[in-house]
Ligand binder design. Structure first.
Ligand code: SAH
Length: 394
């Protein structure tokens, strides 16, 4: 990743290089709008109700009883939307605590600040009123220090600042009983749509090539009433333990979790044959919101795209003829989306297919069949930026 000294584009919190790369495809004004929207969270957080454990009505009622402002999704049956409030003004008062990017982005939407995310806390004593800022000095919240500077920086664990007022506020989904008991999973709308577009059925053998932490795997289990045979692969031990935790919490019973490099499944598991394959590989994550700033370079994006291409041989070899392959990313760059689709169509026996549901807009018109692709733009759809392609093996 580019270093922190890179120049930011005028009036934005994105690197100049990234801004001009995106402008080439989207134009100046659309790029400004996308970046402008990425800085804010969507106006609702979405949760998928895990119908293996609860009904949507039951969860809706229990959230309303807790005074959490909740509405049903107008189209997706198993989805509830929780209002995100803000932006609120954050006054710079008291001592300053600087949080790293990831921590600042969580605090910005209401989370407390934990010691590992603190970069500096100059002169802070326990019980001080503080302002939390990001690395660029942008204030994200006010709060009360729970540890002194020395403890925060030496011990590097535990709650550092209890947040009293953040720029945005919403229910902390992961602190709810409904979360602990596996009745809900926090997942954005395009990610929920991705598993639906794979059209899983109870009789399918399904391979999820990049499965952890398991948002889509557990949704596939739900959509097939715990009946399909699902193989969930991932090559990160720590993320696999999250995946197993989620599988257990959500009462999922039809998933085999396998630690493996999915680029070589056809070599390592020659008898594996799937009706459906989901490929949701690592990406530049430029669509993820909120994003306080972004320093990634075009080189980082190209590196992601080159990695993404490496999964296709294995995906196609393990897929039965006539089977479905869904490719998805949480990014907006054409190199990781349409250009990857073009590469896949030119090199493998794949054809693009119509998706069962379109809530976004079509792909960029830079490849044949772009009308069959689905894109989400943060400035248009009130979602993260996202991309979904559906292929059939011919
Ligand atoms: N589908 C997941 C999110 C996937 S994020 C969900 O919906 O929750 C991408 C995942 O790909 C990460 O967990 C990462 O560990 C995994 N990954 C990266 N390279 C991989 C490889 N070569 N083989 C298998 N998994 C890989």
């Amino acid at each position: 990743m580019a270093d922190n000294t890179c120049k930011l584009a005028e009036g934005t919190r994105f690197s100049e290089e990234l801004f001009s790369y995106l402008s080439k495809f989207f134009g100046f004004s659309k790029t400004s709008n996308i970046i402008g929207a990425l800085v804010h969270p969507p106006s609702f957080y979405s949760i998928r109700v895990n119908t293996l454990k609860a009904s949507v009505e039951e969860v809706y009622r229990s959230l309303c009883e807790k005074n959490i402002e909740t509405v049903f999704h107008p189209i997706l049956d198993d989805v509830l939307l929780i209002k995100v409030k803000g932006p609120f003004e954050i006054e710079v008062q008291g001592k300053i605590v600087v949080a790293d990017k990831k921590a600042a982005e969580s605090v910005y939407v209401g989370a407390d600040l934990y010691a590992p995310g603190v970069i500096s806390a100059k002169g802070v004593a326990r019980s001080d009123f503080v302002t939390i800022v990001d690395e660029k000095g942008f204030p994200v919240a006010n709060g009360i220090a729970m540890q002194s500077e020395v403890d925060i920086l030496n011990q590097r664990k535990g709650l550092a600042v209890k947040v009293l007022r953040s720029r945005y506020q919403s229910a902390s989904i992961r602190c709810l009983d409904e979360y602990a008991s596996g009745k809900i999973y926090d997942q954005n709308i395009p990610a929920i749509l991705t598993s639906i577009i794979l059209e899983p059925t109870p009789h399918d053998v399904i391979v999820d090539m990049c499965a952890a932490p398991g948002g889509k795997t557990t949704h596939l289990a739900q959509l097939t009433s715990n009946k399909a045979k699902i193989y969930a692969f991932d090559n990160s031990k720590s993320k696999i333990s999250k995946l197993i935790e989620n599988i257990n919490r959500l009462g999922v019973r039809n998933v085999s979790v396998i630690f493996s490099d999915s680029r070589y499944l056809h070599v390592d598991y020659p008898s594996l044959k799937a009706d459906k394959v989901l490929l949701d590989p690592p990406c530049s994550a430029l669509g993820v919101r909120p994003k306080l700033f972004e320093y990634k370079s075009v080189r980082d994006i190209i590196a992601c795209a080159q990695y993404q291409m490496q999964f296709f041989k294995s995906a196609v070899e393990i897929l039965k003829k006539g089977g479905i392959l869904v490719y998805s990313t949480c990014t907006i760059t054409p190199d990781e989306n349409e250009i990857i689709v073009k590469y896949a169509l030119e090199n493998f026996p794949l054809e693009l297919d119509k998706q069962i549901l379109y809530l976004g807009t079509q792909g960029l018109n830079i490849i044949k069949g772009s009308n069959l692709l689905q894109r989400f733009y943060p400035d248009e759809h009130d979602t993260p930026g996202y991309f979904i392609a559906k292929f059939v093996k011919v």
